[in-house]
Ligand binder design. Structure first.
Ligand code: AMP
Length: 190
């Protein structure tokens, strides 16, 4: 299996690129943000809980997110591999993912990170907010809080995967095609 963590700050283009790369490599794309939004739309208990955090740009608690991720993986027992998008976002999620995959005799082949500066991302997110319908994309204060969550809880995951020799940074500035090509060069090697 090819199991890849597609990493990067909010607005880096993970969702766009994962949609293209899952086709190219025949992988299952799991976006925890999308799964939460689906649950919010359908007003499930999970959705009601997640909404409180997401509306503020805070991370949803680890236990809830980890259980949800495991269930999504287990729904796809026949998969060739996964692109994890927006997960893990904390060190405890990364450890839980490693333990969960290793129980299945699997592992993360690599973390592939889209590297983009924060100022460019705030602009991109405000632009996306005009059409995405995402309340967490329309308020600069909430966007800044998402970056704060990223910088304080998520960015350390670079060190976590680097320590395993599994971190691959890619320049995330350019056209969609250019960036897909850069990512594919890394995916090919994993
Ligand atoms: P995203 O679509 O990846 O930008 O995620 C949108 C929001 O969903 C985040 O700001 C968090 O509130 C929540 N979320 C998504 N993935 C996670 C995760 N792995 N851990 C905690 N919260 C998450």
């Amino acid at each position: 299996m090819k199991n890849i963590v597609l990493f990067g700050p909010p607005g880096a283009g993970k969702g766009t690129q994962a949609t293209l790369l899952k086709e190219k490599y025949n992988l299952v794309h799991i976006s925890t943000g999308d799964v939460f939004r689906y649950n919010i739309k359908n007003q499930t208990d999970l959705g009601v809980l997640a909404k409180k955090y997401m509306d503020e740009g805070d991370l949803v608690p680890d236990e809830v997110t980890i259980e949800m991720l495991k269930a999504e993986v287990n729904k796809n027992a026949d998969a060739n591999g996964f692109i994890f998008d927006g997960f893990p976002r904390t060190e405890s999620q990364a450890k839980a993912l490693d333990a969960f995959l290793s129980e299945k005799g699997e592992q993360i082949n690599g973390m592939v990170a889209l590297e983009v500066s924060e100022d460019l991302l705030v602009e991109r997110l405000l632009e996306r907010g005009k059409t995405s319908g995402r309340t967490d994309d329309t308020d600069e204060g909430k966007i800044r809080n998402r970056f704060n969550e990223y910088n304080t809880k998520t960015a350390v995951l670079k060190d976590y995967y680097q320590a395993q020799g599994n971190y691959f940074g890619v320049n995330g500035v350019g056209s969609i095609d250019e960036i897909t090509n850069r990512l594919a060069q890394v995916f090919d090697k994993l």
